[in-house]
Design a protein around this ligand. Sequence first.
Ligand SMILES: Cc1cc2nc3c(=O)[nH]c(=O)nc-3n(C[C@H](O)[C@H](O)[C@H](O)COP(=O)(O)OP(=O)(O)OC[C@H]3O[C@@H](n4cnc5c(N)ncnc54)[C@H](O)[C@@H]3O)c2cc1C
Length: 365
Amino acid sequence: MRIAVVGGGPGGLTFARVLHRLGRSVTLLERDPGPDARPPGGSLDLQEGLGQLALEKAGLLAQFQALSRPEGQAMRILDVDGRVLRDWHPGADEQANPEIDRRQLRDLLIGPLEVQWGRAVTRVVPENGGAVVHFANGAPESFDLVVGADGAWSRVRPAVSPATAQYTGVTAVETDLRDVDTHRPDLARLVGDGTMAVYGVNRAVVAQRNSGGQVKIYAQFRAPLNWHADLDLTDHDAVRSSLLERFDGWADPVLELLRQGRTFVHRPIHVLPVSHTWTHVRGVTLLGDAAHLMPPLGAGANLAMLDGAELAEAIATGDLDEGVRGFEERMWARAGRWAQITAAGLERLVSPDPAEALALFDRVN
Ligand SMILES: Cc1cc2nc3c(=O)[nH]c(=O)nc-3n(C[C@H](O)[C@H](O)[C@H](O)COP(=O)(O)OP(=O)(O)OC[C@H]3O[C@@H](n4cnc5c(N)ncnc54)[C@H](O)[C@@H]3O)c2cc1C
């Protein structure tokens, strides 16, 4: 049985690692030329019953607990004048949602796996009950099953579904601060051990502590997709000035988080349709963002990992196609619920009425 997974993100790696644990081999195809080809992105909170359950299935839960930061679950909410409205700290043994840096999670999942780096897939064609993978470089290869774990702009998805990611109307611009405890202890205190969020009218600033004194900052706002038409996004000074103008009047320490950022990355928020499903195609399936891209509200990596673990378990024994069908039904039901929750969450967190964000926080805590 030849099985390939396209994409070495949290979903694809968890799939490969659980299959490996179950004694099955898998070809892991990743577009990036190497593990550190791109900055890894902000830290992830992994929930009990989702990402943590997937790690348990991979036999990695204890190692995750040793690496993760339970104190990162802390959450502070400010108003735009800088007044603290909520300041929540986890209890000593709180393990519901600890944070882990993406790089640490990736290394934990890769472990003994052999990743084929620099293998950019261009398309996948179902054929003779299996599928043929085409590459940007190199000859096509045939597999009995190809799993698309290649994220928002999946090249595998068109083999099963015409759906494409759509812009939500909310954009995020990401920057970061390094060695914040040494260089700016005032900003370190402002952010605290976990996440600090400031909600205004149709905009928000969210700052999240990562390990090693790094703080990731996300300026989020409602705007047309081409909001930057008059701006060169590679000109970091110009992007910073544009953000400071957009958040003009907010408390100075909050603006200082943006002023201190050196580089800015544009991340418009896209989603797939809520409850995205497809007619089963023998030989190809999807998981994670490729199947159910949703707003980044703490579910995507968790779901991708659980998808990966469950698909591996479903196909490790018994009929391959039956296993995939059963997995798809289960994934669609779970992802549909989360897509609704996160879509409603984004509406309330970046909303005309900042009280909505506070009410949402009070409801989930
Ligand atoms: C700012 C932000 C914060 C977030 N915070 C959280 C959080 O706290 N908790 C949480 O659960 N989720 C969070 N998410 C969501 C989470 O990042 C994604 O849902 C998750 O990474 C999806 O995992 P994946 O494996 O499906 O896809 P991805 O992580 O997108 O991985 C896809 C992989 O496929 C590779 N690839 C792409 N195209 C090809 C190709 N053609 N050929 C070969 N390889 C290819 C890519 O290089 C990549 O390695 C956040 C997202 C953002 C943007």
